[in-house]
Design a protein around this ligand. Structure first.
Ligand code: PLP
Length: 459
């Protein structure tokens, strides 16, 4: 742990924190008998009592079961209403059940869901993706993970190189190659990596973000097919690139014959064209998933004309269905109808003009409360996403950000907010705005955050 991580942990009295946490847990349980009963029943049919293992990570003794969700709010089975600042960890950044998407989904679902044949919507979407994100050719998947996996395969195929490069503490979905981190200066499988097919050091090089010398040295081995990166790290708190970092990193990649894949699955929060468009970056490939179809399973990846030409030449018609890229349901009519509606009517420039000031408001309110409390924390923002970290200054890389993580404190902050009607992501302290989020929603969070830090610091 670095010194600023230690400083912020020392600022919290642990015994006091545990007393507050016990109080919050008791109040959570007593107010949610129906969720508790469903969770107990779920133990008999669902592994770990949840439909997907991450759902165990929510603060509280069990996950709240949802009755219904609309816009930026949802109601649980016990009748509590919440402001949703997690928004399905970006899958519902459009707001829950955004009306234009619901209309398109219900219309298309009456006219065929999947055929493994194209519909005209695919063209509209391809043309719009090219216009927004600046790359000419696109393919569809069901998840951002798959879009990353297929982009990596293409990069390997056309460069003839075995490895990829990722950043320490990155997250790009369940892409085997990416579960690597730096431990005591040495690359190793990331903690918690379940059943890796091979040791990830065989497939991957890993460096710290914002370290151009380390990047240069890693690429100099001439065995790296691609860099897979978020332009701003968002999965270990928000870590911005140094000014000029991406210009230099892209130049290094070009010089070493490595392709650059930008994963904008989260950084779409920067604006309608993602961070790359906002900052005029020029990746070779581009990935996005999660909110692109308003929460219906969909992902997509785009590439330059050069990449398109190289890969097209290598794929033979007879083998195109067994090459490890694609999927039966990928590019299905329903997802494409939802994607079209999302791009045309939901994640519009007007929506961002509403969402970004809300994230500014969130960051301003949290920063004021932090300053009033004297805690050595800070809040940072990327477009319509904001996040507070338990360290005084913004981190420059994943290692610094991870050193400030404090699981016990994080769970307290999340449960405190949940008990008072606000949902944050279960992974870190991220808040995301949707087109349906309001100033009142943000102000509710600000008040709750203020009272949480007051209780933490008044012993
Ligand atoms: C940056 C990034 N890329 C890709 C993914 C994978 O998305 P999915 O799990 O929907 O495949 C995630 C998921 O959190 C992500 O944060």
């Amino acid at each position: 742990m670095n010194t600023s991580g230690r400083a912020s942990q020392a600022a919290i009295d642990r015994a006091h924190l545990r007393t507050l946490m016990s109080r919050e847990e008791a109040s959570f349980i007593s107010a949610r008998p129906k969720s508790a009963a469903l969770y107990e029943r779920a133990q008999r049919s669902l592994l770990g009592g949840v439909p997907m293992n991450w759902m165990k990570k929510w603060a509280g003794n069990f996950p709240v079961f949802v009755a219904e969700a609309h816009g930026a709010h949802f109601v649980d089975v016990d009748g509590h209403e919440y402001v949703d600042l997690c928004l399905g960890d970006t899958g519902a950044m459009t707001g829950h059940s955004a009306a234009p998407a619901v209309e398109a989904i219900s219309r298309q679902s009456k006219h065929g869901i999947t055929l493994m044949l194209p519909t005209e919507d695919a063209l509209w979407v391809g043309e719009e993706l090219a216009r927004r994100f600046g790359l000419p050719y696109w393919q569809f998947t069901l998840t951002a993970t798959d879009a990353n996996r297929f982009s990596i395969r293409i990069a390997r195929e056309i460069t003839g190189r075995p490895k990829i490069l990722v950043y320490h503490y990155c997250y790009h979905g369940s892409v085997d190659e990416s579960f690597i981190s730096i431990s005591d200066g040495v690359a190793a499988a990331r903690r918690g990596n379940i059943g890796p097919p091979v040791n990830p050091t065989e497939t991957t090089r890993v460096v710290e973000f914002n370290d151009l010398a380390a990047l240069d040295a890693a690429l100099a081995h001439q065995d790296v097919a691609c860099i897979l990166a978020e332009p701003v790290m968002t999965n270990v708190g928000i870590v911005h690139p140094d000014p000029g970092y991406w210009r230099s990193a892209a130049e290094l990649a070009r010089r070493h014959g490595t392709l650059l894949i930008m994963d904008e699955t989260h950084t779409i929060c920067a604006g309608p064209g993602g961070y790359t468009r906002e900052h005029a970056l020029k990746p070779d490939m581009f990935v996005i998933g999660k909110p692109i179809a308003s929460g219906l399973p969909a992902g997509t990846y785009g590439c330059t004309a050069e990449v398109a030409e190289e890969i097209t030449r290598r794929i033979h018609l007879e083998d195109c269905d067994t090459g490890g890229i694609g999927g039966t349901l990928a590019g299905n009519a329903l997802s494409l109808a939802a994607m079209r509606a999302t791009l045309e009517h939901v994640l519009t420039p007007q929506a961002f003009a509403h969402m970004i000031p809300l994230a500014q408001r969130f960051a301003y309110g949290v920063a004021e409360a932090i300053a009033a409390s004297g805690l050595p924390w800070h809040v940072t923002r990327l477009g319509c996403r904001a996040e507070y970290l338990f360290r005084p200054h913004p981190p420059r890389n994943g290692g610094e950000a991870a050193a400030a993580a404090d699981f016990e404190l994080e769970r307290f902050m999340h449960l405190y907010a949940l008990n008072r009607g606000v949902l944050l992501t279960p992974f870190h302290n991220m808040a995301l705005m949707s087109p349906a989020t309001t100033e009142a929603d943000i102000d509710l969070h600000t008040r709750i955050f203020g009272s949480a830090v007051k209780e933490l610091t008044q012993i």
